[in-house]
Design a protein around this ligand. Structure first.
Ligand SMILES: [Zn+2]
Length: 298
């Protein structure tokens, strides 16, 4: 029996991969591909009440800054470098400059986690606002920024044309209702606004190498898995794709995690080698482990 695409509702879909939640529950999931809109989607999709338990882990690093061990240490170091490079990328995207954003840009970081990127942008002079589903993350981020981080529902209640730029760093893959999300992002951005979206790339070399053990599939937390075509379809009529940029550090971290899922030893060294190879191959193909997509509001 074919499975219905959660975005375009086409039944012209096919099984892409069977895999497990290697990170936490070890439960089995499937990823299907829609032949119509090209979206890859996780099945079954836990609903809003059921998904919470899959995030309840001491190991969920994006919300855990004080864990000890080599992989968390690397994760935190890379995160600091990443924050800076995200900001540089944003400046380039907004004004073609490397180091500053002018005129107190109104920035929304949707799914801001513990707020590191927002904190950096705030220090650089942006007018920042953040939202996150996780109450714990909101609390940490609110303290860091000295201002309240709200829920997505509160953001959706804001008036239209509020922001110059909206960033979503590895967030869209977690969102169930892509129709509503696209609608809201379009509504919240000012007329010349820009949308910056970073997502893992399942067409990268590391994804193809690790297959079902590729850590960035991260089912069932990742409900969607994107590539250029599916992203353009989701934002059709609302946003125009302007440019695509690499996130080179992700190849290393994702490869290390994938090595762990595959049950190998020496995850650090093996991850470095595989990540390096992924980046080297992507220099030609453009298929980096993670990609940043920049869209203009139509
Ligand atoms: Zn579809």
């Amino acid at each position: 029996m074919s499975v219905k695409c959660p975005f375009c509702e086409s039944e012209d879909t096919r099984l892409h991969l069977k895999l497990k939640d290697y990170f936490l529950s070890l439960e089995e999931f499937e990823i299907h591909e829609c032949n119509e809109c090209k979206l890859l989607f996780t099945m079954p999709r836990p609903d809003a009440t059921a998904i919470g338990k899959y995030y309840k882990s001491e190991d969920y690093l994006s919300h855990n800054e004080h864990k000890k061990g080599l992989v968390p240490w690397i994760y935190n170091r890379v995160k600091k470098i990443n924050v800076k490079s995200k900001y540089k990328r944003l400046c380039k995207v907004m004004h073609g400059q490397k180091s500053s954003i002018h005129n107190f840009t109104e920035l929304l970081d949707f799914g801001c986690g513990v707020g590191d990127f927002l904190h950096y942008a705030q220090q650089k002079g942006c007018e920042v606002m953040g939202c996150d589903l996780s109450e714990d993350a909101r609390k940490i981020a609110s303290e860091k920024l000295g201002k309240t981080i709200v829920t997505p529902e509160e953001i959706f209640a804001l008036p239209h044309s509020t922001f110059d730029v909206i960033t979503m760093w590895h967030v869209l893959e977690h969102i169930d209702d892509l129709h509503n999300q696209a609608e809201q992002l379009h509504r919240l951005l000012k007329d010349n606004g820009r949308l910056v979206i970073a997502v893992p790339n399942y067409k990268s070399y590391d994804a193809e190498y690790y297959q079902d053990k590729w850590a960035a599939y991260d089912v069932p937390r990742h409900l969607n898995h994107f590539h250029k075509e599916s992203l353009e379809n989701i934002f059709k009529g609302k946003f125009q794709l302007k440019s695509i940029h690499p996130m080179k550090w992700d190849a290393f971290y994702i490869s290390m995690m994938s090595e762990k899922f595959a049950g190998h030893g020496n995850t650090f060294i093996r991850g470095i080698i595989r990540g390096w190879k992924s980046n080297r191959k992507a220099r030609r193909s453009g298929e980096y482990s993670s990609l940043i997509y920049v869209f203009d509001k139509i």
